[in-house]
Design a binder for this molecule. Structure first.
Ligand code: NAD
Length: 434
């Protein structure tokens, strides 16, 4: 077993790292670096974000009292284009989490060959504990505090866990209002994932779920697998999970289990994605859907299905969870849902993984299309967007699989290697100033 600098076996370190998202990500990245001739200085640059912005800002609550919030914007890398990545509102947001998410964005954009770098942001808060007006005020104050640390040619936020199109519109409006009046309208591209009325793109709301399904379809083609009549389970029934489920339903696949923060439901006869989405909108979670009995977490993880889609938070598929899974494919809708030990256990069981970089890239790709449309003052047709998304997803999938087969490595390592290669080439061509 290889020894690391600390003298511990890497295997022991893998287990130690399992609770640390950023370190987990660095180990995954480090594996990919073995397969491409990456320059030492590039390795060094990529090991930490370029900028780590942390802000503490006060907001007046509905009861008249002030509360102090901590917000993050981590800008990992911009060699390929402006920083790009979501804003998360969740009580577990930490610096380490946002660093990992920002770094993943750098490689995702590179793998998909779109001209963006990687960033992520967030505020540690529980959205359900705040009124709509408090969320608006928190969003606006955060945007104002970030000021020119973001910008349509510099760093472009988007929705992530706990945020949505409305929050993006408040960010856009706040940013526009702190600019010179004559330039206001040129700032619309400051965020993506906006509502259609405020300059969003058709197809953006479903884009990440659509991309997950496009990736699954590529896998199905490669494996002569018939999606019609197949079964799947989803963890997380928010933007990504619900859209992936609805699109898979349309292709004739049956959703047999869902879990979110309110609990788990299992139904081998199939759960209807559209109906479940309406229930979640009304109740706030999947629990209580059609008087469905609550299932245990073990029932959920061990449900027999063809495809499992994690679409909630990171580090969910641990070794113990992986050992329970009874599926052929895991398509990572969420970012970083698999621990190192979880991945090892899945590979041992021959469960194929389409990693986050590849599987959930649909969101940032259509965000790129939204940004281009804003800059050109254009509105593209939804079919055109889906077609362009499919093209980029298929191209990246092919590149990932070609390298995986050529080097006999897993998909995650291959996806990172393809992405790293592009970034490395750019650094080699440009050099490092001064
Ligand atoms: P969302 O806020 O719309 O939904 C999150 C879902 O996760 C909800 O159903 C929630 O109940 C569930 N959840 C939260 N905590 C949970 C827990 N402890 N156990 C089980 N379920 C839990 O968020 P989203 O935008 O759908 O994002 C989900 C994942 O997809 C995240 O990892 C995000 O980074 C990733 N992602 C999102 C996008 C996007 O465009 N929204 C793009 C790429 C990747």
């Amino acid at each position: 077993m290889p020894k690391s600098k600390s003298g511990l076996t890497t295997e022991i370190e893998l287990i130690d790292f399992d609770a640390d998202f950023f370190k987990t990500h660095l180990v995954q990245l480090g594996r990919a670096m073995r397969y491409i001739p990456i320059q030492d200085h590039v390795r060094l640059i990529l090991s930490e974000p370029k900028n780590e912005i942390m802000v503490n800002f006060p907001v007046k609550m509905d009861d008249g009292k002030y509360k102090l919030f901590k917000g993050y914007r981590i800008q990992h890398n911009n060699i390929l284009g402006p920083y790009k990545g979501g804003i998360r509102f969740h009580h577990e947001v930490t610096l380490g989490e946002v660093k990992a998410l920002a770094s993943i964005m750098t490689y995702k954009c590179s793998l998909l060959d779109i001209p963006f770098g990687g960033a992520k942001g967030g505020i540690a808060l529980t959205p359900s504990e705040h009124s709509i007006s408090e969320i608006e005020n928190i969003t606006r104050r955060f945007t104002h505090t970030l000021g020119n640390n973001i910008g349509p040619e510099y760093d472009i936020p988007a929705p992530d866990v706990g945020t949505n199109a409305q929050i993006m519109v408040w960010m856009m409006d706040t940013y526009m209002n702190i600019q010179n009046a004559a330039h206001k309208n040129a700032q619309r591209a400051i965020v993506t994932g906006k509502s259609i009325t405020s300059g969003g793109s058709l197809g953006r709301a479903k884009a990440t779920g659509q991309g997950v399904v496009f990736a699954i379809q590529e896998w199905a083609k490669e494996n002569n697998f018939e999606l019609k009549g197949s079964t799947f389970a989803v963890q997380g029934f928010g933007n990504v999970g619900s859209n992936a489920a609805k699109i898979l339903n349309k292709l004739g696949a049956k959703c047999v289990a869902v879990q979110d923060h309110t609990g788990s439901i299992v139904n081998l006869e199939g759960l209807d994605g559209l109906e479940l989405t309406a229930h979640v909108k009304e109740i706030g979670g999947v629990s209580g859907f059609k008087e469905q009995k609550a299932a245990s977490a073990d029932d959920f993880w061990s449900v027999e299905c063809d495809i499992f889609i994690p679409a909630a938070l990171e580090l969910q598929i641990t070794k113990e969870v992986a050992e329970q899974l009874k599926c052929r494919l895991v398509a990572e809708g969420a970012n970083g849902p698999t621990t190192l030990a979880g991945e090892k256990a899945m590979l041992k069981k021959n469960i194929e993984v389409i990693p986050d970089l590849m599987a959930n890239a649909g969101g940032v790709v259509v965000s790129y299309f939204e940004w281009v449309q804003n800059k050109r003052s254009e509105r593209w047709k939804e079919e055109e967007i889906d077609e362009k998304l499919l093209y980029l997803m298929q191209k990246a999938y092919r590149e990932m699989r070609t390298l995986a087969k050529e080097k006999n490595i897993d998909n995650r390592t291959a996806a990172y290697a393809v992405a790293l290669n592009r970034i490395n080439e750019s650094y080699v061509e440009r050099g490092v100033f001064p």
